[in-house]
Write a protein that binds this ligand. Structure first.
Ligand SMILES: *Cc1c(COP(=O)(O)O)cnc(C)c1O
Length: 375
């Protein structure tokens, strides 16, 4: 079969033109014309109250940790089956991570286990919407309210996905998105902080602009700007925003093609369920944004053999996270509890090629090879 990578960044058409426009506009630092267009797009399409583009989702998460005044000893409840940045942003401020297991039917945090992990020190719950499929947010938000803790959604994979009709990223106090080239909508590197709780809106602008009130100054609200808080440089160049805006203009097209690909995989591979191989589980309250198509193999050996089998056919499938509670950096800081589902996805989950330009033929051929492997 022809070379089929796991991911291929898709150019929807106007990316290079818009970059050229940004360059010719004479202002390519942050918060230029294209950044404003992207902000307006998100506020209008998804009804987000306030959004700020950042240089990555990692940076948006770091901004969230600063905004919530995370200090030494504060506890943050987060899944072990996630990307490093989800928790590293909070560890940078001195937080202790209380790792929670994934569910048995999908890699999202098992919301029923949250209450047993909450203590006096709990400051934040950090749900990750794995594969763009929502966590059980009603239950999670209810607990957050009961114990007076904040919720930061790691919505890195969750663009254009919904929970009970509400867009992911609009449910927690804060949310972080990614536009890394492996996501549905991309700008190479890139991200966004969503501020749903008004109390953080003003300070978020300051933290993003090196701890200065430069944003208020440009709006004419203050007559000079200066150093008013801690912060860093979290805003992207308008060149990045120009690329992103071209993608956003094509979001409906990109999403519908990805969903077609996803559905072919799902239909072709459905019969594997009878053999004990799991396919993505989408609960009734969640939508699928076709960020990822994955299988959960029966064990690690089988997964390794399947990866190698597909590689021989020139198809590149990849496993995903290694449980963070067992990582070289955190294993000594973890309380010793076992997180069996997190380890299960670490060992058994396999992601199949998923990108806009994958043809129906390719998806069908990949699926046939997988069925053949299981024969
Ligand atoms: C991609 C990803 C991130 C990091 O995004 P960057 O934009 O690369 O910083 C964080 N969390 C999750 C769940 C991700 O998938």
């Amino acid at each position: 079969m022809k070379y089929t990578p796991f991911n291929k960044p898709y150019l929807s058409g106007n990316e290079t033109d818009y970059i050229k426009n940004a360059v010719l506009s004479g202002k390519i630092s942050g918060d230029g014309i294209f950044t404003k267009k992207c902000h307006e797009f998100f506020e209008k399409k998804y009804g987000f109250k306030k959004v700020l583009l950042t240089t990555s989702c990692t940076d948006a998460l770091e901004m969230a940790a600063i905004l919530l005044d995370i200090k030494e000893g504060d506890e943050v409840i987060a899944p072990s089956y996630t990307f490093v940045s989800t928790v590293n942003a909070f560890v940078l401020r001195g937080a202790k991570i209380i790792f929670i297991d994934s569910g048995s039917d999908n890699p999202n945090m098992d919301v029923d286990k949250i209450e047993t992990l909450i203590s006096e020190k709990t400051k934040v719950i950090l749900p990750v919407h794995y594969a763009g499929i929502s966590c059980d947010m009603d239950k999670l938000m209810e607990l957050a309210k009961k114990y007076n803790v904040f919720v930061v959604e790691d919505a890195a994979q969750a663009i254009d996905s919904f929970y009970k009709g509400k867009p992911l990223g609009s449910l927690g106090h804060l949310a972080a998105f990614s536009f890394h080239e492996t996501k549905n909508i991309i700008s190479g590197e890139g991200g966004m902080l969503v501020i749903n709780d008004d109390q953080f809106a003003n300070r978020a602008e300051i933290i993003r602009e090196k701890g200065t009130n430069r944003s208020s100054f440009f709006r004419g609200e203050v007559d000079k700007y200066g150093w008013v808080d801690i912060g860093s440089s979290f805003l992207p160049s308008d060149i990045i925003a120009a690329f992103l805006y071209a993608q956003l203009e094509n979001i409906d097209n990109i999403q519908s093609r990805r969903k077609e690909i996803w559905n072919i995989y799902n239909n072709k591979l459905e019969s594997l369920k009878a053999k004990g191989v799991k396919l993505p589980y989408i609960n009734k309250d969640a939508t699928n944004n076709a960020h990822m198509f994955y299988l959960v193999c029966r064990n690690l050996t089988e997964r390794t053999e399947l990866i190698n089998y597909l590689k021989e056919k020139n198809i590149y499938s990849v496993f995903h996270y290694l449980s963070l509670h067992k990582s070289p950096f955190y294993k000594d800081k973890h309380d010793g509890s076992t997180l069996i589902n997190s380890d299960y996805y670490s060992d058994c989950l396999l992601r199949l090629p998923m990108y806009y330009e994958l043809t129906n033929d390719q998806v069908e051929t990949i699926s046939s090879f997988i069925l053949n492997f299981y024969k």
